[in-house]
Design a protein around this ligand. Structure first.
Ligand code: SER
Length: 315
């Protein structure tokens, strides 16, 4: 039986991952943890919740012991744009938090840890189209640097301690429940809120900026599929994954099909340079081969679903 600790349950992914995991593994078996942001009611009302800062080793160990945890999703992280404003804090949370989770996991016989990496692990010297799983990793953001270090730690703990850490390089995640905070791909979520609420959006990236993205239902499936993947088929700890790639201009045109009055302006800021250092599209064939990764949503089906779901929610 899985006993799962989700660190960072208030975040964009965590807030929907907890309900998805509770549905599959049972409410009582999924312990949601938060730090600064209050947890959504649906999480508080359906199962155990605790306060936890991953930087606090003792509290982390206590949680693993008290709740008899064998599986950890470590989702707490400072994203790319916020990271550039406070690099030392980003490093502390992203790396020291991860090392604490790995160390605690090893000491308490946790048998599986899922920790997402990101397309931010790539950099300007990486091939930008159809980026392979194994390639040049020379990121230029502190977030990306922390992801590369984390990927290496995942491989290291697996090799040295047989700790079963698994990771996917997530692209921008598009979701309708919880807003992302402090990332470069956030525009692709904000654009829907602004289109529905104000029929207008000022985009912080250029119109022709293409980035890899994934819709939340695929992201949740990705998390659970990699968790459940047969270890004998996995030839590495870190996998490229993607759902779709589009430019800011392309998503705006797709939204206009539903909201014809929608208008968009482009005012690129410091995040443009970050976006320009990341791939435009991702080769995720190894994830497809080794654990049957197979996303469902493309730009057209994602936009349709986002507009429907979010219009209902914002009413
Ligand atoms: N969504 C993240 C960011 O933009 C990428 O992993 O920072």
């Amino acid at each position: 039986m899985r006993r799962i600790l989700v660190i960072g349950a208030a975040g964009q992914i965590g807030s929907e991952l907890v309900p998805a995991l509770r549905k599959k593994y049972g409410n009582e078996n999924v312990i949601a943890t938060g730090r600064k942001t209050p947890l959504p009611d649906v999480i508080k009302e359906t199962g155990p919740v605790i306060y936890l800062d991953a930087i606090d080793k003792e509290r982390l160990a206590q949680a693993l012991f008290e709740y008899d945890i064998n599986t950890i999703f470590h989702m707490a992280s400072i994203l790319s744009a916020t990271g550039e404003k406070m690099p030392q804090i980003a490093w502390d949370i992203n790396i020291n938090g991860l090392i604490n989770v790995l160390e605690a996991g090893r000491s308490y016989n946790v048998d599986r840890i899922i920790w997402p990496s990101s397309i931010a692990a790539f950099g300007p010297t990486t091939p930008r189209d159809n980026t392979p799983n194994t390639t040049i990793l020379q990121p230029t953001t502190i977030y990306g640097i922390s992801k590369v270090a984390g990927e290496l730690l995942a491989e290291y703990y697996y090799k040295k301690y047989k700790l079963d850490v698994r990771s996917m390089r997530l692209p921008g995640i598009i979701s309708s429940e919880t807003l992302p905070g402090g990332g470069t791909t956030d525009y692709a979520v904000e654009i829907f809120y602004e289109a529905i609420k104000h029929k207008n959006y000022t985009c912080f990236l250029r119109e022709d900026t293409i980035l890899p993205m994934m819709y939340q239902p695929d992201c949740l499936k990705c998390m659970i599929d990699l968790l459940e993947a047969d270890n004998s088929r996995l030839k590495r700890r870190v996998y490229n994954v993607t759902g779709m790639s589009f430019s800011a201009g392309e998503i705006a045109s797709e939204i206009k099909k539903y909201i014809p009055e929608f208008s968009i302006e482009y005012k690129p800021d410091f995040r443009q340079e970050i976006a320009d250092s990341w791939p435009r599209s991702i080769d995720d064939s190894l994830a497809r081969q080794e654990w049957d990764w197979n996303p469902s949503y493309d730009l057209i089906s994602m936009t349709k679903d986002m507009i429907q779901t979010l219009s209902k929610r914002l009413k």
